[in-house]
Design a protein around this ligand. Structure first.
Ligand code: 4AD
Ligand code: MG
Length: 466
């Protein structure tokens, strides 16, 4: 049995009259009194179902086909015909249908053909990919990942696999999950009563990484342009629509590049990803417009055609202080911008994506390059309307003395960063990079309001099911 995909059928890849075999899951069945049924079959390859005509000449028409319900799995062999129905050019006239699996109890099948709330779907992370909405979102997610890789590969960036298990806290925010094989019921302690990590698997305290940046910097110091794209972990107890404990991050790192060069790559990359999604996932984006967000396509088109606004943190604070809006979290120079501030800047003030640059050093990580004013660092955040920060990046401190000063000021252990410091001792170069939160990007593209619904199996506080 050589299978064809619904996508290839609907894209017109096969001639009318050819014999095809399509396998998938039944969405709906409609029976006609004249002894035939319409089956809508979805195989996940594209948004649309393929219409199948099954009639009583099939040997299992009465015994099986008439009992098919939403969710049943089947393979249809038949002849491709031009469809009379509207909205589809082709359909299959079945010559044989093999049913693989019936749905045990159709009345309680959680993904019945009616419309379900997104919160309900979240309870069924294992079945929700069969729905129109999550199907569309996950195909868009796949295409966005593909576009990220193509963007960097076309520009000569090398993809680097950075480790998920690490000893260093890149962001210094103390939001690390410990990785251990110690028996939690019998933890070895040293003389001072502290956990004795020398008895642990790695012989030291190890964590899940919060960012691949420090490692990818080492590769950028040899391959010039690199990126890492993988899962990262944060034990940040924030139950919000934009935080996950496990999220995917794309982190490019570029040698011989300053903050402005870095911001330009971020802008080009986002536009490239949006163009690719609009081109390759038009079907899903049209459904998103109909069901989730009327402006989803328009928003991406405007984004592609707009120049990013750029503003210094200090000027952004002035804008927020004088805009007359009452914020929950008071604004003054030195604060970390809160979601409400970020959204005001992107949605109400600039009405476009905005790059905020040169943040106060005290609210940023140790590795960011000190500016000449001694107060700010060459950091940038890209804020998108509707979500706030989707990218965080910076020019890195390439001067060893300055880096050491920051490590000390922040109370970090210099020895722990020996290999990172080595990069500054041996052929150091100005370099920059950023991290794109992949789920926040998908939220921005789809207008689906919660990061939990754009990753297959969300990990959030008190939720690691499935
Ligand atoms: O701003 P962040 O913390 O930056 C870094 O980790 C840098 N090391 C990146 C770099 O320069 N290579 O995180 C980067 C992005 C944020 O802008 C946000 O989009 C996303 O990662 N992010 C999260 N997404 C989902 N859930 C969370 N808990 C997130 N924390 C950050
Ligand atoms: Mg950030």
């Amino acid at each position: 049995m050589s299978l064809v995909s619904a996508k290839d059928i609907l894209d017109g890849k096969y001639a009318v009259g050819s014999t095809v075999t399509l396998a998938g899951w039944l969405r709906t069945r409609r029976d006609s009194k004249a002894g035939f049924s319409f089956l809508a079959v979805n195989d996940g390859s594209c948004f649309n179902n393929v219409q199948v005509i099954a009639d009583k000449s099939l040997n299992n028409y009465e015994s099986e086909i008439l009992s098919l319900t939403t969710g049943c799995s089947l393979a249809v062999e038949g002849t491709l015909e031009a469809s009379q129905g509207k909205g589809q050019a082709f359909e299959i006239k079945a010559t044989a249908i093999k049913v693989y699996g019936f749905v045990e109890d159709p009345d309680t099948y959680p993904m019945s053909a009616k419309r379900h709330s997104i919160e309900y779907l979240r309870e069924y992370a294992h079945l929700r990919p069969r729905t129109n909405l999550i199907g569309a979102v996950m195909r868009i997610r796949n295409t966005a990942a593909y576009a990220i890789h193509s963007f960097f590969q076309e520009r000569g960036f090398m993809w680097v696999s950075t480790p998920l298990i690490t000893a260093s806290d890149c962001e210094g925010a103390g939001e690390m999950f410990t990785v251990t094989n110690l028996d939690l019921n019998n933890i070895p302690k040293d003389d001072k009563g502290q956990v004795d990590y020398s008895k642990d698997f790695f012989g030291r305290h190890a964590y899940l990484t919060v960012s691949g940046q420090l490692n990818v910097e080492t590769y950028a110091s040899a391959f010039s342009k690199c990126y890492t794209f993988g899962p990262t972990f944060r034990a940040e107890d924030s139950n919000t629509t934009r935080h996950l404990a496990e999220f995917w991050m794309c982190e490019p790192e570029m040698a011989f590049t300053d903050l402005n060069g870095c911001a330009a790559v971020a802008e080009d990359m986002l536009k490239y990803v949006f163009r690719t999604v609009l081109e390759l996932r038009r079907d899903d984006m049209e459904f998103i417009v109909e069901r989730v967000d009327k402006d989803a396509i328009g928003r991406l088109e405007r984004f592609i055609n707009a120049d990013f606004a750029q503003v210094d943190y200090t000027d952004a604070i002035k804008i927020l202080e004088t805009c007359g809006k009452k914020f929950e979290f008071p604004v003054k120079w030195g604060i970390d911008l809160q979601s409400e501030h970020e959204r005001y800047l992107a949605e109400e003030h600039f009405k476009s994506p905005v790059v905020v640059k040169n943040y106060p050093k005290d609210i940023k990580a140790f590795y960011m390059r000190m500016n000449d004013d001694g107060k700010t660092v060459a950091a940038m955040d890209v804020l998108a309307p509707g979500i706030g920060e989707i990218i965080g990046g910076s020019q890195r401190e390439e001067r060893l003395e300055m880096l050491d000063k920051r490590i000390e000021e922040m109370g970090l252990n210099k020895n722990a960063y020996w290999w990172y410091r080595d990069l500054r001792r041996y052929g150091s170069v100005p370099h920059s990079g950023f991290g794109l939160g992949f789920e926040r990007l998908i939220v921005y593209i789809t207008g689906v309001g919660n990061v939990r619904d754009v990753i297959p199996f969300p990990r959030t506080p008190r939720n690691a099911d499935f």
